[in-house]
Ligand binder design. Structure first.
Ligand code: URA
Length: 434
């Protein structure tokens, strides 16, 4: 088999066989197929998609590229959650400890920033000392002892996704239903969970801009779960403005801490509680979803979710004091205010532009090997629907260097739409699939 022939066939819109897919994925994972050929294959897939059969094969080969964990000797139902990617989307760091505090075992394999969206691993690593590169043994020990653990794709688990994810991030090949579905489901199905809650984002800050596309993505992932005998439920949620106020890494950790201490933004708290409730219900901790919602709220309100998060931060090498004393988190050295050019209502905040600006000043990567700057980001002062006066602060841009700063500031300024009339309020949770 020759890689170039498979690229040509994919470019022509043909279906690849499972053997051909195995050749590509295993060849790339072992380093035999170079980045430039895999990038060409990914771009051809981006434009031509995959058939259902290809998607199944692709996901299963990716899943089998490393160990498939068996967590059945750890007592309790294992339920994870994953988002398809948003801006300011830090719900994993909130719903996981809520669910774990309620008795769910949460084995979470997450990703880094992707395209204009942030990643759970990058956010966690903004906490000084926090380690996400756990071995399988360490992951299992964390789950046994604390009921919750965070790790990344590794050379042991989901190595194909580790490499493909990093390549897609910098080659404009993220927004593909088949590539997103296989990326998410391969690592989630390898981690040994019994059930999975998905947050499929839709809107200007999501990879899926239209609800019909988000529904197709949700259905594809629920279908993969069903074939592998796992219960998967997807919520389709609005991503037409950043979730909460903070976009970046350390700044998002600060907002997570505030939310787990009951003083977080309303939209972030609401979605996180609903995701946690779905995890609790799928774990059969409560007989009904309403009971699960009540339990999730209790665990947030009585502080046990926050205590659980701090416990896990400490156990994974992070400094839990940084969650209360933000000066211990990486801090930016410069700040620029973005002001409203006129009075009116904030009719929209283009989340993708805010995410891109944050990436541009260092919160994300332009090349695979780029380090990220955990201190930088954007903190909104206003949300859609609010009234502002001319000259009012719309948001603050936190930076540590001047590279790309003017361009990022311009992008952020243009992301705010100010109009004469109050926009209609949007529903946050739009649909449930599965
Ligand atoms: N999250 C993932 O893990 N993979 C994607 O492709 C998108 C979001």
């Amino acid at each position: 088999m020759r890689t170039v022939d498979l690229i040509l066939r994919k470019r022509a819109g043909e279906e690849l066989s499972v053997e051909e897919i195995r050749y590509l994925i295993n060849g790339y994972t072992t380093g035999e197929i170079p980045d430039y050929q895999m990038s060409a294959y990914l771009m051809a897939t981006f434009f031509n998609g995959m058939t259902d059969r290809e998607l199944s094969s692709f996901t299963e080969v990716m899943m089998a590229s490393g160990a498939i964990l068996d967590l059945s000797d750890i007592p309790g139902v294992k339920v994870d959650k994953h988002s398809t990617g948003g801006v300011g989307d830090k719900t994993s760091l909130i719903c996981a400890p809520i669910a774990a505090a309620a008795g769910v075992i949460v084995p979470m394999i997450s990703g880094r920033g992707l395209g204009h969206t942030g990643g759970t691993l990058d956010k966690l690593e903004a906490i000084p000392g926090f380690r996400t590169d756990l071995s399988v043994e360490q992951f299992r020990a964390m789950l046994t002892q604390h009921g919750m653990a965070f790790m990344g794709q590794s050379d042991e688990v989901a190595p194909a996704d580790k490499r493909l994810y990093a390549l897609r991030d910098v080659t404009g090949t993220v927004e593909s239903i088949s590539l997103i579905a296989s990326s998410i489901m391969s690592k989630k199905m390898a981690e040994g969970c019994d059930a999975l809650v998905l947050d499929v984002k839709v809107g200007n800050g999501a990879f899926m801009k239209k609800q019909v596309e988000a529904r197709r993505l949700a259905q594809a992932m629920v279908g993969i779960g069903r074939r592998l005998d796992k219960k998967v439920q997807a919520l389709i949620t609005d991503m037409n403005q950043p979730l909460g106020f903070a976009v970046g890494n350390a700044v998002e950790v600060m907002e997570v801490s505030q939310t787990l201490q009951k003083s977080g933004p309303a939209d972030l708290t609401r979605i996180s509680l609903e995701l946690a409730a779905r995890m609790i219900f799928l774990a059969k901790v409560t007989p009904t979803l309403d009971d699960a919602r009540k339990l999730a709220e209790d665990k947030l309100m009585d502080g046990s979710a926050y205590r659980k998060f701090k416990q896990v931060v400490q156990a994974q090498g992070g400094n839990p004091l940084a969650l209360d004393r933000f000066e211990l988190l990486p801090n930016a050295t410069g700040m620029r205010e973005i002001l409203s050019p006129r009075s009116g209502f904030v009719s929209a905040i283009m989340a993708e532009d805010i995410g891109r600006a944050s990436t541009m000043i260092g919160a994300g990567r332009s090349r695979k090997e780029d380090p990220i700057d955990p201190a930088v980001g954007v903190i909104l002062e206003v949300k859609a629907g609010e009234k502002v006066d001319a000259g009012a602060v719309l948001c603050r841009l936190y930076y540590t260097g001047e590279d790309n700063l003017d361009e990022a500031a311009e992008l952020v300024e243009d992301a705010f739409r100010i109009s004469g009339s109050r926009p209609e309020e949007r529903e946050l949770i739009l649909e449930v699939v599965g």
